[in-house]
Design a protein around this ligand. Sequence first.
Ligand code: UD1
Ligand code: CA
Length: 470
Amino acid sequence: MQRAAIVLAAGAGTRMKSSKPKVAHEILGKPLVNWAIDAAKGAGISQVCAVVGYGAEEVKALIGDRASCAHQPEQRGTADAVQCALDDPSLAGFSGSLVILYGDCPLITSDTIRRLADLREKQEAGVVVLTMEVDDPTGYGRIVREDSFGSDGLAGGAFLRIVEQADADEATAAITECNSGMYCFDAAALRSALERIDSQNAQGEFYVTDAIEIIRESGAKAIALRVDDPEECLGVNSRIQLATASHILQMRINERLMESGVTMMAPEQVWVGPDVTVAQDVELLPQVMLYGSTSIGEGSIIGPNTRLTDTQVGCDCVVDETVAIEARIDDTATSGPRAYLRPGAHLCVGAKAGTHVEIKKSCVGKGSKVPHLSYIGDTTIGEGVNIGAGSITCNYDGTNKHATTIGDRSFIGSDTMMVAPVNIGSDVVVGAGSVITKDVPDGALAVARAREKLIEGWALRRKKPSDSQN
Ligand code: UD1
Ligand code: CA
């Protein structure tokens, strides 16, 4: 059976009080809309179509090639949004199970999505609606049933229809089983039901929820599946709900990591994005954020106070108080405290970027060290090199960036300025305080600074006689 998913993400989300669309807000470094898309993908559904409207260009850019995008020009209700997706070329002629999710419901799990689709297919139902039992049903569509639940949470044919809050009478409004807004439809049944949906309701909108009764009346099964944990259906409509959802996802990921052998002394103070991989026996100290496609190899210690984005860390590394973006730290290399590794920074095996060190688009060779107070940019450093404290590659002339190379086993004295473009050979020694503007051949000593002048007794003679009387 073919499976596809539609993610509704056309809304503005006014309660966020934001200049950007609601689904563009991030949790753990990932926009809300992509959480729903990736949940569908995690359930094995590769074909996903997102319905975009408000801030369409911005949302589309965030989605990238994760999903195809259908445009809903005007928000005329959830049925209209679904129709826009079905009209998109990506879903033309699709038949099979069609899962509908919301771009602002990031907590839905791949397991639940799979259960929805499996149940629909096993029961050959026209639709399975994911429902939830809540204390305060205000605002939700109510699940109207003929009888009460079976022990398995399924009520078979007893599920009649969904009634929206605005259209509910007092008895209906008292029902606490609610529509999560997530469904799995038989695509053909949904298509024909949509043709019959009108906007004759209190809100004057096209409700996808009306499809349930239409499908049931056509003789197909409509099933209500109660979700085990209503938390999965939590929608994000405000910044407070954004924080609630963030916290739930943070702990879900951290618990999974701890179960797989990662140590966290304070899991509440560790934030790991959903696409990050962390190997066994890694220790994540407080105030660590790992985002994007970051990966951490076995035995490494990360933190405290460290943010790594799209950064690859090998095994047995120590990464202390470091900010790294698109960087690579190979096995046994160390970074920090207080290091800034910018895109293209690469610490090879056993290399070190020490304290107050910034490295950009540069390779620090095997076992080489940049221990203190340096800026290294557009530079290739060989193996076994030592860069003295305060040394800087002057890679920018105000217009263009230029490259520096430093050969194996060279020793760069403290406070050296390497004015790029410049090549420093292997086995070179550069005297402290030098300003290197010319290439240095292999094995040479380079000293480029004013000669020291000594005037014997000068300092003593300068002292006024009164100084000694004080
Ligand atoms: C909807 C359901 C309701 C359910 C609730 C769960 C309908 C008619 N009602 O109500 O039964 O309990 O979700 O949260 O479906 N959207 C679009 N285009 C539109 C309209 C909506 O993309 O034209 C998107 C919104 O951005 C949002 C989602 O669909 O992410 C839900 O829309 P909303 O209008 O908020 O539906 P609810 O009134 O919450
Ligand atoms: Ca809503």
